[in-house]
Design a protein around this ligand. Structure first.
Ligand SMILES: NC(=O)c1ccc[n+]([C@@H]2O[C@H](COP(=O)([O-])OP(=O)(O)OC[C@H]3O[C@@H](n4cnc5c(N)ncnc54)[C@H](OP(=O)(O)O)[C@@H]3O)[C@@H](O)[C@H]2O)c1
Length: 284
């Protein structure tokens, strides 16, 4: 079994750590080469998974007004960690984002792994800046996910986020079910995959589909207003327009790694989410 060293003790990094017995979660600053080297020397891993980055709190609009800190983690940090891996011939799995693609894709079926992106928001620009360099290095896998959907309720989960919004944009997107993402990362480690991978569940998810499932399985009393993408900015609900897009994923299949079709994964996820919500509301 590979010795896995994880950087980025946030939402997804902690989840992956919990799902990878024997892995170690480093607290090092990835933009500080001394801290990175010390972590690697201490644990002597076979593979590094990088979940560290500035994602913006409460949301990515934070990155627009904190550009130096965002650049330091998402660009300098990613490159610093990659340099340490290249020096040692270590496999690096870098967690990236599908939010670098805006709108219609060159291929009508969706954005491909090899397409050049068109990021607008500063967060997306920094994620893509790292991708452009890391995708050219040996032994680096770039795993792009989109809008994680999780069976555990929480502030970073798209289900929990949308359920709290009185107004939701009526769009369709490629999305990533977190249970499937965990399997994808394990598969890439096992097969020592390199290059860019789109870790999105096959099919398209409309926010309307997600909320219909939420109403069916979690809260029959739920209701919200539907607005357009432009309304989101016009009504002051976001500073920058969000990336909405459809992504193709062909490279995972080449490695023999499958993600479940979105309708199946989404229902399974929502059933678990409903069970977790019910358990949390019941007296002990
Ligand atoms: N969640 C999503 O919607 C989503 C979607 C697509 C892609 N991704 C990518 O997935 C990765 C993980 O995201 P997440 O949702 O787990 O975000 P998260 O909860 O914000 O976790 C990121 C973690 O990295 C830490 N970090 C920031 N700069 C660092 C540095 N220089 N050195 C070490 N740690 C640092 C953050 O600490 P602080 O909070 O103290 O800064 C945070 O604990 C990110 O690269 C993100 O871009 C996430």
């Amino acid at each position: 079994m590979s010795k896995i060293l994880i950087f980025g003790a946030g939402y997804l990094g902690t989840k992956f750590h919990d799902a990878a017995p024997g892995s170690v979660l480093s607290r090092a600053d990835i933009a500080d080469i001394q801290q990175v080297n010390a972590s690697i020397e201490e644990y002597q891993p076979d593979v590094i998974v990088n979940f560290a980055g500035k994602t913006g709190k409460p949301n990515v609009d934070w990155c627009e007004s904190n550009k130096p800190a965002t650049m330091r983690s998402n660009v300098v940090g990613a490159l610093t960690l990659a340099s340490a891996c290249v020096e040692r011939g270590l496999h690096l799995v870098h967690i990236a984002s599908g939010c670098i693609f805006y709108g219609a894709s060159p291929d009508p079926a969706g954005w491909r792994e090899e397409d050049f992106a068109n990021p607008s928001a500063f967060y997306s620009r920094t994620k893509y800046a790292a991708d452009l360099v890391l995708s050219q290095l040996p032994d680096v896998a770039i795993v792009r996910l989109r809008m994680p959907i999780d069976s555990a309720p929480g502030d970073r989960n798209l289900i929990t986020k949308l359920a709290k919004y009185p107004k939701i944009i009526d769009v369709e997107n490629s999305v990533t079910v977190v249970d499937d993402l965990m399997n994808v990362i394990h598969g890439i480690i096992e097969k020592r995959g390199v290059g860019v991978f789109h870790a999105v569940n096959p099919g398209v998810m409309r926010h309307r589909d997600l909320m219909a499932l939420y109403t069916e399985l979690v809260d029959p009393a739920h209701s919200n207003e539907w607005i357009t993408e432009q309304d989101l900015v016009n009504q002051g609900l976001a500073t920058k327009a969000r990336s909405n897009n459809i992504m193709q994923s062909s490279r995972l299949a080449q490695l023999g790694i499958q993600m479940r079709p979105i309708d199946i994964a989404l229902r399974d996820c929502m059933e678990k989410y409903a069970a977790a919500t019910k358990a949390a509301s019941e007296p002990e």
